[in-house]
Design a protein around this ligand. Structure first.
Ligand SMILES: Cc1cc2nc3c(=O)[nH]c(=O)nc-3n(C[C@H](O)[C@H](O)[C@H](O)COP(=O)(O)OP(=O)(O)OC[C@H]3O[C@@H](n4cnc5c(N)ncnc54)[C@H](O)[C@@H]3O)c2cc1C
Length: 388
């Protein structure tokens, strides 16, 4: 089965998957989620990640549905896992330099041949399980969370390969590739997120949670002691000016494909455009779905911009006769970088670009600048925020 068979790139497919998983999102999920039964048996986890990563479905609507069935207590574990995504996003948002440093390091490391990386990425490492997960990653674009942890640990601590190139491999092949969850999870496994606390994969843990499919020999018994420049102090969240009321066009990026639920009060949407920055195949199809939904919802025409470039955006705005573009806030990553660049240049065309951030992010991210515990303590307030 290919990744597009298993992950149809539409909001409806995400909603269907959520509905099918709901009965298992309570105690079943809590007791079964750590098992990786292999690519043919994924019913113990939700496989919602590509949909929520691109916000085809949003965190609040997932949590409301889950709480309706199980209550907040009964779905405690699932709620926390959704909040891990929020935590990583908030943490990276407060330290964007970690992202730019990582991309610089990937560029420098990729410029030189690395035989160990070449072996590991072509299924010829000394670990059968890693070779199998590499195949699964290429074939399906998905790995179970535990497999991602074991993979990263073996890559870093057993094979002693640069963690940045492992993170980059995931970024290029995961269907749910997410700058924050991916980069910061790799850093966590490497012992760089919480200094001195690396994640070390153990053979008995792998054997237990794969039900004996794998029992690797020769894993590192101690984690590498990696060091780096200390991360910068957290910055405050950028304050966003409220977009002026009146006519505007809506730009949909792969960071948020749920325009129906954005707070656009007072704005008169005159047109919709979609635009993609990465080369994700999932995002490409999902943007077609998001554009069609937005066009029907706002009853306006939709176009696909060829690139996120000031000239293209300005030409579209001029054609639609508006001086303002609205788009959902893009968290740290390639889209945010392009948007930052375009915002500056649009001024030359006398066009303003306004970002709209969701209440969920506004409430959660300030609690995500240190460890997960502070955000966990804020979960009751988040649930109150999204209560019907
Ligand atoms: C090294 C590494 C790299 C990762 N890279 C990514 C990535 O690029 N994109 C991505 O979306 N997730 C990433 N994760 C997190 C996690 O593995 C996936 O979100 C999860 O496995 C997706 O499968 P699921 O939807 O079936 O999860 P479920 O177990 O059903 O969890 C439900 C939802 O909770 C969230 N979630 C669960 N576990 C985590 C977690 N550890 N961190 C953040 N959110 C979580 C996801 O939104 C997920 O869809 C990574 C984890 C590791 C260890």
């Amino acid at each position: 089965m290919t990744s597009s068979d298993f992950f149809p790139a539409t909001r409806q497919a995400g909603l269907d998957r959520l509905a099918a998983f709901l009965p298992r999102a309570g105690t079943h999920y809590a007791s079964q989620r750590n098992y990786d039964y292999g690519p043919q048996r994924r019913s113990n986890v939700s496989c919602l990640s590509p949909y929520v990563r691109h916000r085809l479905i949003t965190e609040p609507e997932i949590l409301r549905a889950v709480i309706d069935v199980h209550g907040a207590q009964g779905a405690d574990k699932f709620i926390q896992e959704i909040c891990w995504r929020t935590y990583w996003k908030g943490w990276l948002e407060s330290r964007p330099a970690i992202w730019t440093r990582y991309r610089r390091e990937v560029a420098a490391l990729s410029a030189k041949p690395h035989p160990g990386v070449a072996y590991a990425t072509t299924g010829r490492s000394s670990f059968e399980c890693l070779d199998e997960w590499v195949r699964e990653l290429y074939d399906t674009g998905y790995l179970h969370n535990h497999a991602r942890m074991w993979f990263a640990s073996i890559w870093i601590h057993s094979l002693k390969l640069p963690w940045q190139l492992g993170a980059d491999l995931f970024e290029r092949h995961l269907i749910d590739a997410d700058p924050a969850s991916n980069l910061l999870s790799w850093r966590w496994v490497a012992g760089l997120h919480t200094k001195g606390k690396a994640y070390l994969a153990r053979a008995d843990n792998i054997a237990r949670y794969t039900e004996g499919r794998f029992m690797p020999k020769g894993l590192a018994e101690l984690p590498l002691d990696l060091d780096e420049m200390p991360p910068p102090a957290p910055r405050a969240l950028p304050i966003l000016a409220k977009p002026p009321e009146g006519a505007a066009c809506l730009l949909i990026t792969e960071e948020d494909m749920n325009p129906e639920s954005l707070d656009l009060a007072g704005m008169n949407i005159a047109g919709v455009a979609t635009v993609q920055v990465t080369d994700s195949v999932f995002a490409k199809s999902a943007l077609i779905d998001a554009g069609a939904r937005a066009s029907a919802y706002f009853e306006v025409p939709v176009i696909a911009l060829p690139a996120l470039a000031a000239g293209d955006v300005a030409a579209w705005a001029n054609e639609m006769g508006v001086r303002r573009i609205i788009t959902a806030y893009a968290p740290v990553g390639p889209t945010a970088e392009r948007l930052h660049d375009v915002t500056g240049r649009l001024g030359d065309h006398d066009i303003g670009l306004s970002l709209v951030r969701r209440a969920w992010d506004d409430s959660a991210w300030p609690h995500a600048t240190k460890g997960f515990f502070a955000l966990k303590a804020h979960i009751p307030a988040l649930l109150e925020l999204i209560a019907p």
